[in-house]
Write a protein that binds this ligand. Sequence first.
Ligand SMILES: [Zn+2]
Length: 267
Amino acid sequence: MLPKLPNYIFITLFTLAVGVVSFTYVQISKLGDRESELRKGQTVSNQAATDDLQQLKQDFNFLKQFSQDLSTKYRLQNPIITDRENNLFFNHKLRGTKSELYVDLRLGKLYKDYQTRLANNIILTRKMDLNNDFAGKELFSINEDHKFLKDLQTTALVIILVVVIGLIYNLYLHEKYLESHIEKKNENCQSCFKMLNATVPFATFNDGTPNQYYCAQCFDGLSFTEPHLSCKTAFSRFLAGKKMSSLAKVKYTKTFQNLRRWKMGEY
Ligand SMILES: [Zn+2]
């Protein structure tokens, strides 16, 4: 048989484990919120930068086309805005024909705006990369914390399970103890549960040998004095005049059921 651990150890462990489970539950849910916040942030900024870049590409093509259209319209030799390896270049005309200067003026502002927005997009992308980098690091650490908390929670749940088993085992041992106590010591009559003493002596068989289980009131030397007495009636007689909590009553009911007469009916 396994050694019995005191109930208070189990109860302390149980309280601690429940505390750990609640704590980890709250922390895990907090981490989950932070994680979705970061992921959402990443998606939003990625989307913003992508949209901006998309717009810039359209503007790039528009400017190139617009420059070519104006060149054709005003019969210029070269477009003022040209595309070299996917970069727009502005061939500024300080001098030239009236038409050239006119086209130069019209395209100049558009080109400048485009360049400014391109520069802003580069800054935005860098900033976003940096943020994503930070978010990535935080997400990694969140992941680590999450793993740790999960392990802790599992351990606590295992402890709770062990504690519950331990408590059930203690209860079982306690029952065993009560049973053996009643069986072995026989300090009480195994029919009416009165304490056996000078006033309530042990019964004797007719041949003079002592009966080690029953009092003289319950056993007359040959048989029970009231052969048809039920366990229930005996129990109500035992309870009569006693003030007892309902829990104690339940406990004594069990005790009564385990008395030799009511369990085995033997002398
Ligand atoms: Zn008795």
